[in-house]
Design a protein around this ligand. Structure first.
Ligand code: SF4
Length: 647
């Protein structure tokens, strides 16, 4: 039987269900990754499972999101993560080592393996030929304990690449081209597989840039073949033994085929405020810019920053531009330094930022008010940069350099953009990865360090038969998890759910948390009403966990993103869709409502009538739930479900 790459990896890891698109399957997870924003809660949840050691082949705990230590909270979280990693046999990546996806690609990813990460850009690993999926921290905690990951068996789209990229055009432009074709909506339960003669013109870091931004398509993941290019990359990382060839069988079939001629791709940008709002750089040329930032897990590889340094050599950035660069890893920094390229960056006027997420998640380096910021990162949602009224454009490193020098959008094809060759040998120094033996030097192996910011992992409650409640908030389309749970300066409360819950929907409705808590304390269930694509963006499960803490029992939306939908179920919140999207107009904040027979509906076909008591209207809603999702909701969330299964 012929199989494509997705089918091969899934088949090799399938532990339950039938491999039929649209049906739920369970797959074995070989590797996991967590980062500090999601990892503390994932490890708290893992602790509560009572398992003494992870049961994966490799699990890595990275610290890359909250590395700005203003106050004790972040440092305490790092200490907690380090000690928990030591106790449970997880590799710990120290703060300053780099960004999880870049590091995992460099040091741990393996073709043909499955990787589950508590971060939505985990699909970066697809550049190495892995099925790498982003999920909520609780799903990753279960996988660390040896549990299967359940997902909807995907449709598979093939992107057939021909030709080769022109000078000044790079993988980011291709990723943006794919976004232009597929958009950010309607790709749920799809995996993208790259193929064609153009594949071998792309290095592994370039492939990883494309699979990284597959997250913005809303697909489950994206994957490249594992070929000679992959082998060379792994050999250069001193990991040639990790290579296996992985290609689709001759005659393998796909649900959709998209053809892209790389030679025809031109420099592109994602314009404010969506990665799917695509324009050509030619159409933006001359538009004034205030800030340029290069980095993030999308474009911070050695290939990217050497390209930047080479383009900048002997030049200065425009005096009007605030220019920052954050490398993806220490390996990248060390190689740039040894080759003298760091000097070219500094000489050109770059502010050197830490090898971390930093600017990408709005932790620092926010643009000025109404600033135009041009970035090589992957998300430009309103406010994510930390400045609510800034305009953020997403571009390639080549476009970023051309723009930084010109002071306005500029076409990199008009600059001397060079083709950077991958090194024969990367600079390898794993000393900032702490393996179990070294993770807690001087600290007894069983002691987990808990600062005062480390709380407990709260549990949900089983779905009730009758829900009586209120519309706690009505929001519009494209509400991201950043809207629900602000990051930036608030992210330091991620290990303390009662404290973090005070900021739910802070930028949308600052009174929400107080109102929702009052409803909860008065015995009323809170319901969120939303438009299209609710919960897009980051995999942040606090966007379900903190609303749960505030007594949210259901979300009713026109449509919802995959990871957030799963996160709601994991925390006992029912993810309803309107049967008739026009009924969105028949609900307003503070409307009283009830749902009779809710638990029975969840156990059955998921259909229920939401009665708007204030407007005297019946609104049909439906939750599309697998058998497993039903039992999780009826149990009161995944933690309770796991506990029930264990007994
Ligand atoms: S998208 Fe940004 S915040 Fe998320 S992992 Fe990548 S660099 Fe970090």
């Amino acid at each position: 039987m012929t199989m494509n790459i997705v089918e091969k990896i899934i088949e090799a890891h399938r532990v339950s269900g039938e491999r039929i698109a649209g049906k739920e399957i369970g797959i074995r997870i070989d590797q996991t990754l967590t980062q500090d924003a999601t990892g503390t809660m994932a490890f708290l949840q893992f602790e509560s499972m009572g398992i003494d050691r992870v049961r994966t082949e490799v699990s890595v705990s990275y610290v890359d999101h909250n590395t700005v230590q203003v106050g004790y909270e972040n440092a305490d979280d790092h200490a907690y993560l380090q000690s928990a990693a030591q106790k449970f046999g997880v590799i710990f990546s120290k703060p300053g080592n780099g960004i999880c996806h870049q590091l995992h690609l460099e040091r741990f990813g393996k073709p043909g393996k499955t990787l589950l990460g508590a971060d939505s850009h985990t699909p970066t690993g697809g550049g190495l030929g892995m099925i790498a999926i982003g999920a909520g921290g609780i799903d990753v905690a279960v996988a660390m304990g040896g549990g299967a990951f359940n997902l909807i068996c995907p449709k598979v789209y093939q992107v057939w690449l021909t030709g080769a990229l022109s000078a000044g055009v790079s993988a980011k432009d291709v990723a943006l081209k794919v976004l232009e074709i597929l958009g950010t909506k309607g790709n749920v339960n799809v995996m993208v597989e790259y193929a064609g003669p153009g594949v071998k013109t792309l290095s592994v870091p370039s492939r990883a840039t494309m699979t990284n931004m597959g997250a913005e398509l809303g697909v489950t993941t994206s994957v490249f073949p594992s070929d000679d290019i992959t082998k060379q990359f792994l050999e250069a990382q001193g990991r040639g033994g990790d290579w296996t060839e992985l290609v689709a069988d001759e005659g393998a079939t796909y649900d959709r085929v998209i053809a892209i001629d790389l030679a025809a791709v031109e420099p592109m940008a994602a314009c404010p405020h969506s990665p799917g709002n695509i324009a050509t750089i030619a159409s933006l040329k001359g538009k004034k810019v205030n800030q340029v930032v290069i980095g993030s897990c999308t474009n911070s590889s050695y290939r990217d920053l050497k390209t930047v340094a080479t383009m900048l050599k002997g030049k200065k950035v425009s005096p009007d531009i605030d220019f920052g660069i954050a490398a993806g890893s220490r390996q990248v920094v060390m190689m740039l330094m040894k080759e003298g390229l760091y000097a070219d960056l500094v000489s050109a006027g770059a502010r050197i930022l830490e090898n971390a997420c930093g600017f990408c998640i709005g932790n620092h380096y926010s643009p000025g008010s109404r600033g135009v910021s041009v970035r090589t990162s992957n998300r430009n949602f309103e406010g994510r940069s930390g400045t609510g009224n800034a305009e953020v454009y997403l571009v390639s490193p080549e476009t970023a350099v051309a723009t930084a020098v010109a002071g306005a959008f500029a076409d990199p094809r008009e600059c001397a953009a060079v083709a950077v060759q991958e090194p024969v040998a990367f600079d390898i120094d794993d000393s900032q990865f702490l393996f179990r033996e070294t993770a807690g030097v001087g600290v007894p192996a069983t002691v987990i360090r808990r600062g005062p910011n480390i709380g407990e992992a709260p549990c949900g409650t089983p779905v009730s038969e009758n829900l009586e409640g209120v519309v706690a908030i009505k929001v519009g389309d494209k509400i991201t998890t950043d809207h629900v749970m602000p990051a930036g300066q608030r992210l330091k409360y991620r290990s303390n759910v009662p404290a973090y819950s005070r900021y739910v929907f802070e930028g949308v409705d600052p009174d929400f948390a107080t109102r929702a808590a009052a409803n909860r304390d008065a015995g009323k269930a809170n319901v969120i009403v939303a438009g299209e694509s609710y919960g897009q963006g980051s995999s942040r499960e606090h966007a379900a966990l903190c609303p749960m803490y505030l007594g949210v029992k259901a979300v009713v939306a026109k449509s919802m993103e995959r990871i957030h939908n799963a996160n709601l179920v994991n925390f006992g919140i029912v993810p309803f869709m309107f049967e008739n999207p026009a009924d969105y107009d028949n609900l307003d904040t503070n409307d009283a409502l009830d749902i009779k027979g809710l638990a029975t509906a969840i156990a059955g076909d998921g259909k229920a009538i939401l009665r708007n008591l204030t407007k005297n209207r019946d609104i049909p809603v439906k939750a599309e739930l697998s058998l497993r999702a039903k039992s999780i909701l009826l149990a009161g969330g995944l933690m309770r479900h796991v506990a029930q299964q264990a007994h």
